[in-house]
Design a protein. Sequence first.
Length: 397
Amino acid sequence: MLNRLLSIALLVMTVSVTGVWAQEIDRSSTGGAQNLADILARQNAQKVDNSFRSDATGDPSIAAPTTENLGTLGGQSDPELWRALRFGSADVTVSSGGRVAEVIMQDTGSAWLQFREGPLLSYGAYILGGTLLALLVFYLLRGPVKVDEPFTGRTVTRFKAVERFAHWLLASSFIALGLTGLLVLFGRLYIAPLLGKETNALLLEYSKLVHNSIGWAFMLALVMIFVFWVAHNLPDKTDIKWFAQFGGIVGKNHPPAKKFNGGQKIIFWSVIVFGSVISLTGVSLLFPYEVPIFAQFNPLMNQLGLAELIWGNTLPEAPLPHQEMQAAQMMHTGAALVLMAIIVAHIYIGTVGMQGAYDAMGSGEVDEAWAHQHHSLWLEEVKEKEGAAPKSATPAE
Ligand code: HEM
């Protein structure tokens, strides 16, 4: 208990230290303009309220008075114009190119690039590497989950051909998208130094081609599995019992389960939620500047208070076209990395981690002993239905 309280306190402290706001900064020496304290606060990773700059554009009444240092002589000044360009409030008109071309300057690109080359790569590598390592350790300690009773030789149909088609379309497209996506993300860092820039460039060219074309197959399969399996994945009270007994994966108990157990429901909903985020942001990236999604998403996240909770800050309510693309890239890749880690664990259970599991998606038929151990309630349902309408009724003589 004490340990738990200490960890919570540590977490709260970490969050408050990293997300701390700079104290009120005195800007009287510069007539209200940015000064050394602002720069130092930013260097110390403190958050600085930029409104003193973003609002100081084009309003003579808030311009620094002529009597102050750096006063603007009462009218609009060059810095005001640059600030307006910098914060996207300048009245720019272009003859072609639309809203994108109206953005003359935007500095969020630097923050985005730093994130893409820094935390996204390192956390991505930790998530994937950590999951693979954890599975290896689990396999060495626990070994595969075996079927306790001898196989009966009698089988029941677990997935129809069309369900297996949807699953394998989803699986093959996801694996192809995952591998090509990883090449695009990590290629410059690992492939170029190892195999040379030319090889990396060639791999990237084909990766992009494959990645941009296969996304549609993934989306189609996502819709198919949603329609086929959503009814079986609604949470119910059998899941509580299943989780309480760690799904029989740890220990020797085999809690009763319907068609999908609690763990599988988590996999299903992860695939649906993360898969939808990946699909939506992917379409936005595929048609640059034409499918803006964050102009709707950000205000909603702000209103619900979720932006503050997750990012510690509100999100821009009217993001610039470039910010749309940056946000789409970050969410696309972040969600894909998390889903890849989840799916690696899923592939482990579906192959080496559980005896007899693969057959369910291979031939679609599972042995009754396996079905009884892992999905006893579902087997009862199937048996009842078979009793009501026998599979192969003997024709009357
Ligand atoms: C080589 C790769 C894969 C193998 C061997 C595999 C194997 C399996 C098996 C055996 C099942 C049925 C489990 C049961 O009968 O209870 C299943 C279900 C499922 N698979 Fe896969 N799968 C693979 C890749 C994927 C990928 C890449 C995705 C999604 C991106 C995915 C999503 C699902 C979902 C949503 C289910 C239903 C829920 C569940 O059983 O967890 N699978 N898979």
